[in-house]
Design a binder for this molecule. Structure first.
Ligand SMILES: NC(=O)c1ccc[n+]([C@@H]2O[C@H](COP(=O)([O-])OP(=O)(O)OC[C@H]3O[C@@H](n4cnc5c(N)ncnc54)[C@H](OP(=O)(O)O)[C@@H]3O)[C@@H](O)[C@H]2O)c1
Length: 407
């Protein structure tokens, strides 16, 4: 019944974090992500599709009646990643079908499958990805039902277990590393990008009383909003290669699929200073290009480097993961009955109209002559009997089907 649900995903469990970035579909003017996904749907007979790129996974949750076999995977890869070696790309995929796809979706939403177990950002990212895909017409009823139960399951896990207690996130671990590297709150910090991640970074900096922060962003208003949190300065990202005030630490995190900080920009920001510098790059794919990382001497903190801290965090939360897994199993059973019920409702949707038509035909055509000969009282009785039968004819098959099929 739910075999058509599938997931193809690349996660921190199947690939290096820096390689996950290569599976993020690049945004370009002539080929927007939406048109690429739309073409994929058509090409592979996918009826519904949800695409989720985050900092530790790229996930395609979709509905497809056939099997996800080698032929499917080859076509999938050629469509999305034409530049890639097909065998290498496929070796990074994790595939889930039917029950296991829904179970995986629940694990993702509740952070059980996250690099940083207990982080709550993922549920926001998943909901945003769903809203985007549904607005674009990529999803329909099946993914809608799955998403409703996913959000419910994740909320119940966060509310009834301690998985999200003492909130942790990729950002909180990165800030921990930044402080461990010796950066103090009087030093100069540049923030590049003013999305949700850097907003969170600035909330931490505010708590820690950082007092010299400059925020660069493509949209200046967003930079101003984020900078105001830390009483910092806001600049357009176009001014980054004219900036002359130097820095001690820089946090780079935008949704750009091409690097923002290259050697030329870095050299400009450095202003000839020789003191130690820290660069935190939380973007996937990375926003600091590899050449810059290898050519300059700075302490580079990226998500891959947070794995050790993430493992320690998982150890603390392992009991809660067991509790969460029990909730996920119970939710999966509920989902199966809910889904079957929904399918039955859909199948029986036209029934009332059709039965009404049979009744009308009986009175107005098949038995018209006989009915015309009846007196008013008998006609009224006949009408009431037929209405009674009509209601029963709608309710009984639905009940029998539910009793027979539902677990
Ligand atoms: N959310 C998390 O928990 C988390 C944690 C770690 C890492 N990350 C990674 O962080 C990155 C950003 O995620 P987010 O949730 O912060 O995104 P977001 O809230 O959607 O914000 C996107 C940011 O990127 C900027 N941007 C987008 N395209 C750009 C381009 N072509 N050039 C320059 N700037 C561009 C946006 O500028 P405008 O304001 O002008 O649109 C905005 O500042 C992603 O790679 C994500 O995987 C996220």
């Amino acid at each position: 019944m739910i075999e058509h649900y599938k997931i193809i995903t690349i996660t921190h469990k199947s690939a290096e974090i820096k390689d996950i970035g290569k599976f993020v579909i690049p945004e370009s003017q002539d080929k927007p992500v939406y048109s690429i996904l739309e073409a994929l749907k058509k090409e592979l007979s996918i009826s519904e599709l949800l695409y989720l790129p985050t900092c530790n996974r790229v996930m395609f949750f979709f509905c497809h009646e056939g099997k996800v076999d080698q032929k499917f995977l080859i076509q999938f890869t050629k469509n999305l990643y034409p530049e890639w070696d097909v065998t290498e790309a496929i070796s990074k995929y994790i595939i889930h079908e039917g029950d296991l796809a829904i179970q995986h979706l629940y694990q993702v939403a509740s952070s059980v499958d996250s690099l940083v177990v207990g982080e709550r950002e993922i549920i926001r990212q998943l909901r945003e990805a769903y809203t985007k895909c549904s607005k674009l017409g990529l999803t329909d009823d099946s993914i809608r039902i799955a998403m409703n139960t996913t959000v419910r399951t994740a909320k119940s896990i966060y509310a009834t277990t301690k998985i999200g207690q003492k909130q942790v996130s990729v950002v909180s671990l990165a800030i921990k590393k930044l402080l461990e590297s010796g950066i103090s709150n009087q030093q100069r910090v540049l923030i590049v990008g003013a999305g949700q991640t850097n907003l969170l970074v600035c909330k931490f900096l505010k708590k820690l009383n950082f007092s010299n922060v400059t925020v660069f962003n493509r949209t200046l208003e967003r930079a101003e909003e984020v900078a105001s949190l830390v009483k910092g300065k806001a600049l357009s990202i176009h001014e980054i290669n004219k900036y002359t005030l130097g820095f001690d630490a820089m946090v780079v995190c935008t949704a750009s699929t091409t690097p923002i900080i290259n050697s030329e920009v870095y050299q400009q920001l450095l202003q000839g200073e020789t003191g130690s510098k820290v660069v935190v790059d939380l973007a996937i794919p990375n926003n600091v290009d590899r050449q810059t990382v290898t050519s300059f001497n700075f302490n580079y903190i990226e998500i891959d480097g947070l794995k050790k801290l993430a493992k320690e965090n998982l150890a603390i939360r392992s009991k809660e993961v067991i509790r969460a897994t029990e909730i996920i199993e119970a939710s999966l059973l509920e989902f199966k009955s809910l889904y079957t019920e929904r399918q039955l409702e859909k199948a029986f949707h036209d029934m009332p109209v059709r039965i009404k038509e049979v009744k009308a035909k009986a009175i107005n055509e098949v038995f018209r002559k006989e009915v015309d000969d009846l007196d008013d009282e008998t006609k009224d009785l006949l009408e009431r009997m037929l209405t009674y039968m009509e209601k029963k004819c709608i309710g009984i098959p639905m009940k029998v089907a539910k009793d027979t099929i539902l677990p």
